[in-house]
Ligand binder design. Structure first.
Ligand code: SAH
Length: 327
């Protein structure tokens, strides 16, 4: 679709039903009915950055900070493997304690399991990404957040849009399966720029795209802003599926936070991935990028069973494979 077609569909609510059905059809015909589960380990909530929407931003002194050290990350991952996960995702704030050497050690240890490993630890140099890849990391998630450069600047003090883009192209060129995505409903975000976001995913040839509604956090400068619209986020996701038919698209946790059935609705509107939390319960509440995060009191075992039941209830099955993009 060209930009005007994207804008037309995004602004016309009478096309919603058609759009969600069409995205579901494109998903089924291109990649089938299997749902890939990724076990998410939120291993540090320490962050040097100041993203205005995020509860983990460094100026937030209310959040109790934690780091999970190597041995515990390894144990958490081993438990996830026992539960049947074939992909582990390591996510954190931008925490310089985990320098290249420490990350390389962790990657090597985790890759002793028969799993795909995804990193989501922010902006790094080309050489750092290269070291992670050589150590065995398979995938990397780094949302562009928004392709509206002015809005990007406004949302990310002391950061650069150019550098974020540079990171994504470096990751692609190093052979990572590269995931990106955007927030929907940031203050002053336009429909026009959401269309540009989708065109950017296509231009990058993203292998995975995660779309989530913006949810205001009380301890951030955006605390009084309006939350993103669940249905608009779903539309951006569905259009992403139609325009990038073979990629991996998660039903995001932020969608479930705004709608109690959000992930199932997403799986029926183009998504084919779910990323259940496998972090120990003691840390979950502290990794509060936005409020109202689901499952913060649950054990990994419970999340696994719960999501499996939901997926089966809509006639889909859980993949036993690592779930690389099927080009
Ligand atoms: N430090 C890593 C991981 C960030 S957390 C990185 O920079 O990539 C993962 C995602 O959570 C972010 O990319 C952002 O899109 C999302 N997020 C952060 N704050 C949010 C909020 N208030 N509402 C919804 N999503 C949010």
């Amino acid at each position: 679709m060209n930009k005007q077609e994207l804008i037309d569909i995004l602004s016309d609510s009478t096309k919603n039903d058609w759009l969600f059905k069409e995205a579901d059809r494109v998903r089924r015909e291109n990649i089938g009915d299997e749902v890939h589960l990724r076990g998410l380990i939120e291993f540090s909530n320490i962050c040097k950055r100041q993203c205005k929407y995020c509860g983990l931003r460094s100026p937030n002194k209310e959040v109790e900070r934690y780091r999970i050290l190597k041995d515990d990350i390894i144990k958490t991952a081993a438990n996830a493997v026992t539960l049947g996960y074939r992909t582990i995702v390591l996510q954190s704030g931008e925490d310089d304690y985990y320098d290249t050497d420490k990350m390389v050690e962790i990657i090597r240890e985790l890759k002793k399991n028969d799993i795909a490993l995804t990193l989501s630890i922010g902006e790094k140099t080309y050489d750092e990404y290269k070291a992670f890849k050589s150590a065995g990391a398979d995938r990397y998630l780094l949302r562009i957040e928004t392709t509206d450069e002015n809005l990007y600047k406004e949302m990310h003090p002391h950061a650069s849009y150019e550098n974020r883009k540079r990171c994504l192209y470096d990751l692609k060129s190093l052979g990572f399966e590269t995931g990106t995505g955007c927030l929907v409903g940031l203050p002053n975000q336009t429909i026009d720029s959401l269309a540009d976001d989708i065109l950017f995913f296509k231009e990058l040839d993203a292998d995975m795209v995660g779309i989530g509604p913006f949810i205001p956090h009380e301890q951030t400068p955006l605390k009084d802003s309006q939350k993103g619209d669940f249905w608009l986020a779903l539309k951006v996701m569905a259009l992403t599926r139609i325009n990038l038919p073979d990629i991996n698209i998660p039903a995001t946790t932020a969608m479930e936070t705004l709608n109690p059935n959000g992930r199932i609705i997403a799986l029926n509107s183009g998504a084919n991935v779910v990323m259940p939390n496998v972090t120990s319960t003691e840390y979950r509440a502290k990794y509060e990028i936005y409020p109202g995060k689901i499952c913060i009191n649950d054990q990994p075992e419970k999340c696994r069973g719960c999501i499996e039941g939901k997926i089966k209830s809509i006639g889909r099955k859980i993949s036993k494979e690592k779930g690389f993009r099927k080009k």
